[in-house]
Design a protein around this ligand. Structure first.
Ligand code: FES
Length: 213
């Protein structure tokens, strides 16, 4: 059973832009994934995998920090969202730009993973499969507003073909990606440890998979 604990950082000015790799990855794969997240490479053969559930310890994550783990041969984001990030998600000016603002498509394991605009069991911690639903590049983390477009609220941007996603990885109109980025099954084992790859709720379809990974 593996536990993930991101390294602390002391540079407060850069905290919103932090990207850490963590978890069950080997050092080489972790480095490749960090580069991939920033440069939007196709992960392809760079990703080695374990299919078993993984555990992620978020106790040392800073607000705004993104870490990267791996589950089932897929890169996984864990983002600790700040209050201002959460606030952007319900803005009408953003919601009207989204293809699926209410997450009605089959891109999360169960309704509790939709949770309004948050797409997370706990709004502060966003967990998603870090693959663009267009052609499976890894989108970059672009938290700073107004950087990708003048109206950009912050979120994820896939440089392969320009798909844009908000802080809940909901896809923005005009993107070639058709669907929101999938949410993996997970649950919180404690206040600080998430177990990714299974849920503890009864009635959950253990064979569930999204329409597009
Ligand atoms: S793979 Fe992301 S936009 Fe094409």
């Amino acid at each position: 059973m593996d536990s993930i604990r991101p390294a602390p950082t002391t540079d407060k000015n850069r905290r919103r832009f932090l990207v850490s790799t963590a978890g069950v990855l080997g050092a080489g794969a972790a480095g490749l994934l960090a580069d991939a997240l920033i440069d939007n490479m196709n992960p392809g053969k760079a990703v080695e995998a374990l299919g078993a559930p993984i555990e992620v310890d978020v106790s040392r994550m800073e607000p705004g920090q993104l870490i990267l783990a791996e589950w089932k041969k897929k890169p996984i984001w864990i983002l600790r969202r700040e209050p201002w990030m959460l606030k952007t998600l319900a803005e009408p000016s953003l919601r009207q730009r989204l293809k699926d603002p209410d997450s009605k498509r089959n891109q999360q394991p169960a309704p509790q993973f939709v949770n309004g605009d948050y797409r997370a069991l706990r709004p502060e911690y966003f967990i998603a499969v870090a693959l663009c639903t267009h052609m499976q590049c890894i989108p970059g983390y672009r938290p700073a507003p107004h950087t990708v477009t003048p109206w950009w609220p912050g979120g994820f941007h896939c440089a392969c073909h320009g798909s844009m996603y908000d802080f809940s990885a909901r896809v923005i109109e005009g993107s070639p990606a058709p669907l929101n980025i999938p949410i993996p099954p997970y649950y919180w084992m404690s206040e600080t440890v998430a177990r990714i790859g299974e849920v503890n709720a009864s009635g959950f379809d253990r064979n569930w998979s999204p329409d597009i990974w």
